[in-house]
Design a protein around this ligand. Structure first.
Ligand SMILES: Nc1ncnc2c1ncn2[C@@H]1O[C@H](COP(=O)(O)OP(=O)(O)OP(=O)(O)O)[C@@H](O)[C@H]1O
Length: 413
């Protein structure tokens, strides 16, 4: 079950908001209402956020992101539609219910840190715990633990004013972590930081997320940040969600011209990963086959190299045509002697970082996870991905797909 679920949510500011929702549902435009002094901040938004997911809402200023997140934590009720968090309809909660929600389930990290200037870093980190009535020594221990997680171990006694902007935002993050809630809402949390620190914070968030498995709704107007952080991204425009998808889906298959224009300057080589450009291992050979079989296969199919795999498709290495031909000449009957270790890469490596691995390789890169061959990246595919030309649709496939059907082009184990 999704942790956060928005179902046909509208938020309208101005007179007779319910009537405005009806008009929007019947096709009235945001502009039309604006002329009458009515602002349709969020229009018919539906999405869900799964457990342990970083879901990014991305849009330009005024597109409705803040209004959306304010409805998720109950600061504003939707005009129409519903938002549930951990199964609870947030719009239907009374003040007490909302307090409990914010204390136990949802923490918020803000752009401008929202730290209490005269309280120590430790007290700021422990703030939510104090509200919850936790005793002093327990909350100090928890706060210190959270501060260590964000790299601020030992800073608990300092005042916020003694810290840099990046460190202050880490305190904001530590406060959310100390609260121990499963859900974190982050509203432009890194937007006030300078680019280098911002990048560091993004990396740290992803790392913490891997460790702690929070469910994160992250708001940003920065597309690169969205692409870097989001397991999925909702693109907002003028109050509407125009596309929800992974960074890859949005890059490769934009829902409309607006999204296409938006993403055209994105550095694809940083977003696309090895697994998104790899191809099924078209030329594989069972490791029990001898050089003669390999040689014939390569000649018939005009291949210059073959991936050699064991019965469970574990990659053993690569043989090249020259080596195989030499082995045939010397009457060798074992491939092992001519096997070259393949250049292997993990599926989540960014395309931009693949070239370094492949530079001195005579053959394709092999995408391997847990010893298992998932796919290969021929040099030509890599070059075209690096050149921004993208790749054909059929190049992208789910891990493990295709190995059997394509193995027929080689000699399967
Ligand atoms: N309380 C309010 N009363 C009236 N209009 C509002 C209110 N809150 C937001 N709006 C309007 O709703 C629209 C969406 O605003 P919102 O702040 O959600 O956008 P945003 O995408 O978060 O933009 P930004 O990045 O600039 O904060 C804007 O036109 C804004 O002026």
């Amino acid at each position: 079950m999704p942790v956060i679920q928005a179902d046909h949510v509208y938020k309208v500011f101005g007179k007779r908001p319910e009537r405005a929702v009806q008009r929007l549902a019947e096709g009235a435009s945001r502009e039309e209402l604006r002329k009458e002094g009515i602002t349709a901040a969020v229009i018919d938004a539906s999405f869900d956020v799964s457990e342990r997911e970083i879901f990014v809402v991305m849009g330009l200023s005024g597109s409705g992101k803040s209004t959306l997140i304010r409805m998720v934590n109950g600061l504003q009720p939707p005009t129409s539609g519903s938002i549930t968090v951990a199964g609870e309809d947030v719009g239907a909660l009374d003040a007490k219910g909302l307090r409990a929600l914010r204390r136990e389930r949802v923490s918020m990290v803000f752009q401008h840190f929202a730290l209490l200037p005269h309280r120590s870093v430790g007290e700021n980190a422990a703030y939510g715990l104090a509200l919850r009535g936790m005793n002093r020594s327990d909350r100090e221990a928890k706060a210190e633990q959270a501060l260590s997680m964000v790299g601020l171990g030992g800073w608990g006694g300092s005042l916020p004013g003694e810290l840099s902007g990046g460190m202050r935002q880490r305190v904001g993050l530590a406060r959310a972590l100390a609260a121990g809630t499963d859900v974190m809402l982050m509203d432009e949390a890194f937007s006030a930081l300078d680019p280098l620190i911002r990048r560091e914070m993004q990396d740290q968030l992803v790392e913490l997320q891997h460790k702690l498995g929070k469910t994160i709704l992250f708001i940003t107007h920065d597309l690169n940040e969205a692409m870097r952080l989001g397991d999925r991204i909702a693109m907002m425009r003028d109050g509407r969600i125009v596309q929800v998808g992974t960074a890859e889906q949005i890059l490769n298959d934009p829902a409309n011209d607006y999204v296409a224009q938006f993403v055209q300057d994105v550095d694809r080589t940083r977003v696309l990963t090895a697994s998104s450009v790899m191809e099924a291992p078209v030329a594989v050979l069972g490791s029990e086959q001898g050089p003669r079989v390999a040689h014939r296969l390569m000649r018939e199919n005009q291949l210059s190299s073959l991936m050699v795999v064991d019965r469970d498709y574990t990659l053993r290495g690569v043989v090249t045509e020259a080596d195989v031909a030499a082995a045939v000449q010397t009457q060798g009957d074992d491939l092992a002697g001519v096997l070259q270790p393949a250049v292997t890469v993990a599926p989540d490596v960014a395309v931009a970082d693949l070239f370094a691995s492949s530079a001195d390789s005579r053959t394709a890169l092999a995408v391997v996870e847990g010893g298992r061959l998932l796919g290969v990246i021929p040099k030509v595919t890599l070059l075209s991905a690096l050149g921004g030309a993208g790749h054909s649709d059929d190049a992208a496939h789910r891990p493990g797909d295709g190995i059997d059907q394509h193995a027929s082009q080689g000699v399967a184990p």
